[in-house]
Ligand binder design. Structure first.
Ligand SMILES: N[C@@H](CCC(=O)N[C@@H](CS)C(=O)NCC(=O)O)C(=O)O
Length: 202
């Protein structure tokens, strides 16, 4: 049995999509970030970084907590044998695009969020700058998706599960951006998958 501590953000929903797609049973525990619930002693005992998501795994009376959405995806992929190709070259490709989503696209999306609110010195130029950076990255994913229906080939992998919450969270920006047809088609395909749809609504 799994317990997912999350908030309705891209990072929080990523493991929910993976759990759904793998068909694993789990309970969602919503963490109110605005109230600082991620900084309570109970939460910090699970993740000293004080951030969501955290996946708690209960097995044989033992509980283990795992933070970082990317680590959660890989852990579940290894456990279930799903969404991580066995072939070494395909596996490398899946990991490459998963990391581009997690280490490049996710922070670029976070920068848009920060410049629209929490950043102390805001100017409209900042938001435009960060939106431009995000769209440029999306063009790279779009080029890759021109070659194959999914990021690492003909099947969905951890790469697609890593990226979809980011793209879904920036729907408004992407809708007003011309082009990106392959990325938009891929997003529609991903969102039509029942597991992904359920995970994205967590
Ligand atoms: N790289 C981390 C990012 C986690 C993260 O930034 N979580 C945010 C919400 S999306 C959070 O908990 N922020 C609250 C805080 O840091 O106090 C992951 O992918 O899990």
């Amino acid at each position: 049995m799994y317990h997912l501590y999350m908030a309705p953000t891209g990072n929080g929903r990523r493991p929910a999509v993976m759990l759904e797609e793998c068909g694993l049973p789990y309970t969602v525990h919503k963490v109110d970030l605005a109230k600082g619930e991620q900084k309570t002693p109970e939460f910090l005992a699970m993740n000293p970084q004080g951030s969501i998501p955290v996946l708690v795994e209960e097995q044989g009376g033992k509980k283990t907590a795992l933070a970082q959405s990317g680590a959660i995806l890989l852990h579940l992929a290894e456990k279930t044998g799903k969404f991580l190709p066995k072939d070494s070259a395909q596996r490398a490709e899946a990991l490459r695009w998963m990391m581009t989503a997690l280490t490049d696209a996710a922070p670029a999306s976070t920068a848009i969020f920060l410049s629209s609110g929490p950043l102390p010195d805001k100017t409209p130029g900042n938001s435009q700058f960060f939106e431009g950076r995000f769209v440029n990255l999306m063009k790279v994913f779009d080029q890759q998706l021109a070659k194959n229906p999914y990021l690492a080939g003909s099947e969905a992998t951890v790469a697609d599960i890593a990226l979809i919450p980011i793209v879904a969270g920036r729907q408004e920006l992407l809708d007003k951006t011309p082009g990106l047809d392959h990325l938009k088609k891929w997003a529609a395909t991903m969102k039509a998958r029942p597991g992904t749809a359920k995970g994205l609504s967590a």
